[in-house]
Ligand binder design. Structure first.
Ligand code: CA
Length: 233
């Protein structure tokens, strides 16, 4: 852990839930900032640069998806989204706009803490790994990845990826033209196993494709994905 405690922004309009999550996170040693609607969440995120955002979908102002889009456009930050129970559409949209993980309501506080810790660990580990042993990247055509700065360019144009999208791309690029299974990607990028793993991978691949070009990520049905840098057109 860093010298200062990680700052977590909790965005939820239900006062009781917001406060319960906040208290529990503070009790676990995190600093916490709170927002109760979409616009103030975006403003507070810009002001405080949190290390992670816990973001409810149903919010006044604009909803959690729009909040996620706006904050990810400004600066990549890990987002744990809170969705209504079993609302698959919500989950897919959330992952598509840059949420890194999600929890369905009602959730147990212990589960929330585990997800928060896992996400923070993942980002920290990725930064450490980049410093210690950069991923060996072969010829990626017009795709360039700066692992240290966590920046990606396609044909010279910078592409803004969320933390998860970046880690996913890096994992695929480390074994370009090789098919990696969903299970492998989930274990490597998310760093833990869960029932929802493969669907999570699919959603993030979809979002990644939209940003770097669909043809660059090949689907092998029933198996997984491969990065196909190809020749610059
Ligand atoms: Ca709500």
């Amino acid at each position: 852990m860093a010298v200062t405690a990680p700052l977590i922004l909790v965005v939820e309009d239900e006062p009781v839930i917001n406060q319960a999550v906040t208290d529990r996170l503070r009790g676990s040693g995190y600093d916490v900032a709170q927002a109760w609607d979409g616009p103030s969440a975006v403003a507070l995120c810009a002001d405080t640069s949190p290390d992670l955002v816990v973001l409810d979908v149903m919010l006044p102002g604009y909803d959690g998806f729009e909040v996620c889009r706006r904050i990810q456009a400004a600066r990549p930050v890990p987002v744990l989204m809170l969705t209504a129970r079993d609302d698959e559409a919500d989950i897919l949209v959330g992952l598509g706009v840059g949420a890194d993980d999600y929890l369905t309501k009602p959730f147990r506080m212990r589960e929330l803490l585990a997800r928060v810790a896992a996400l923070l660990r993942r980002v920290e580990r990725a930064a450490e790994l980049a410093e210690r042993s950069p991923t060996k990247l072969g010829d990626l055509g017009d795709l360039s990845i700066d692992e240290g700065a966590r920046r990606v360019r396609v044909g010279g144009e910078e592409v803004h990826l969320t933390p998860t999208e970046f880690d996913l791309l890096l994992c695929l690029a480390g074994s370009a033209r090789t098919v990696l299974t969903r299970e492998h990607l989930y274990a490597e990028v998310w760093g833990w196993s869960g029932a929802s793993g493969t669907r999570t991978v699919d959603s993030h691949v979809k979002a990644l494709r939209a940003k770097i070009g669909a043809h660059r990520v090949r689907t092998v049905h029933g198996v997984g994905y491969a990065l196909e840098p190809g020749d610059p057109a």
